[in-house]
Design a protein around this ligand. Sequence first.
Ligand code: TEU
Length: 566
Amino acid sequence: MKKTWWQGKIAYQIYPKSFLDTTGNGIGDIRGIISKLDYLKKLHVGILWLSPCFLSPLADEGYDIADYYRIDPRFGSNEDLFTLVEEGKKRGISVILDLVVNHCSDEHEWFQAALADPEGPYGKYFYIEEGVDGHAPNNWRSYFGGSVWEPIPGTNKYYLHLFHKKQPDLNWENPRLREEIYKMINWWLDRGIAGFRIDAIMNIKKVFPLAGHDYPVDREDGLSSCAQMIQEARGIGDFFREMRDRCFVPHDAFAVAEVFDERPEQASVLIGSEDGYFSSMFDFQANCVGRSDKGWYDGKPVGPDQYRDACYQTQKIIGKRGFISTIIENHDEPRGVSRYIPAEELSDRSKKFLGTMQLMLRGLPFIYQGQEIGMENTHVDTPDQISDISARDEYRVAREAGLSQDEAMAVVNRMSRDNARTPVQWSDAPQAGFTSGKPWLAVNPNYKKINVAAQEKDPDSVLNYYRRLTALRSDPVYGDSIVHGDFDPFMPEEPRFMSFYRRGDKKLLVLGNFSMNEKKVRISDQVKKVILSNVNSDPGQIRPGQGGEGTEISLAPYQALILELA
Ligand code: TEU
């Protein structure tokens, strides 16, 4: 496939609200990000994605945008952002923003104008429908619970919101709306932004007519998941193509899509190597394992083998037809180490193991803030301590399904979006060095043990291991094979074992013992070089010349090795 400027990079996601606060208001800011650019450079970051920091009432933490052209003063100013872009450039770091265009905030001037005159031009920027017999136009449930329809006071009309009621959906069928969006995208790209992460994008195409378009009721609330619309809708590619050709192609921008619920045949079209609509999309295969339509409470935990199988499945679907973006976590998901590694097996070594697996897969790795120091899920005791709107709704759903408060809280603690949103743990100073004030979300109490400052000093820390790992993608000898090489599983059926070849100019084997027991494996090729291992001491020392002719290699618990084979 065609080589691009972004394929060999390490990407890093920042959730600005929780990154670093320089003003003492308890909310992270862009100045904080600027002050950590050298830290990111040391992690070999080449692409920085900022979750939204535009003007917003923060009903959904910024995914409800009231002005697409302005940074929210709580995060800083447009000037700060341009400084970040400039300072990033000096360090080889490109900044990408979050493109939230399925919906805007109800406080956006477009929506205010639509409410004032639903029949006027701005009414057509949204989906506004008459009620049917005094009821909402259809029976869809929003992603955050309750109907997707909100009545407009003083009328028989309703507006559509697939997410929160403060996030009215934008009407992509309206060419004027699309023009506004493209103008905005190009405005940022013209100012040095290198691209976008595109939010909830599969939702922009609806099914028509909306009114009366019911799906079979699937929960006690008498509603039905709106996500079914994604399976049914046709023609979304026309919007994607137009956006790509009008905005991304002319700027050679990087566009990574947040895609959920696509039909299997869509994946390689979305990111096809020559004419895909996007540069890349996230691999959510592992995040979706064990999901239930009934809600989080009915979901099943993901084990090591399921994690591995999910990764392999994606690699098989995408192959070399496109370039997937890999994650173990993000701002919507629990921490990867808390999710894919059984709690009693969690250690620095197993955290390094998981990082090795993610970073050695074919694709563009996104590291989520704090992942590089092994940040873990947090814990809250009572429902009033839940901040995330989604977790609050899931708590209610779990209670309505008959779970006790303790049981429902266990569900929340396992899945809540707050898990990954706690402030970054910079040091063991008060509030983990995140703020001099009161953090908007409580710091994870384990910050005394897990923090950047302590790990800086320890050559064997998770952080310093990640630095060695991230260096490999730009390594003059091995980088090209890691970025572009073929992916082939090795012993894919072996339980609690995750190993694969990466073959380019060099023949690499990533060996991983995903268990607490020692594991012996036979490899038919001789080891030419041990490129990286997360175990430094004997046993677990694999040496060049081992392997071949049926000899055995012994892997220590949770050992991960990157080998060059002869
Ligand atoms: O998330 C979208 C969304 O991810 C999920 O709700 C998804 O549609 C669902 O799980 C499919 O099964 C993005 C952002 O990442 C999130 O933080 C926002 O809350 C949301 O969009 C709304 O903007």
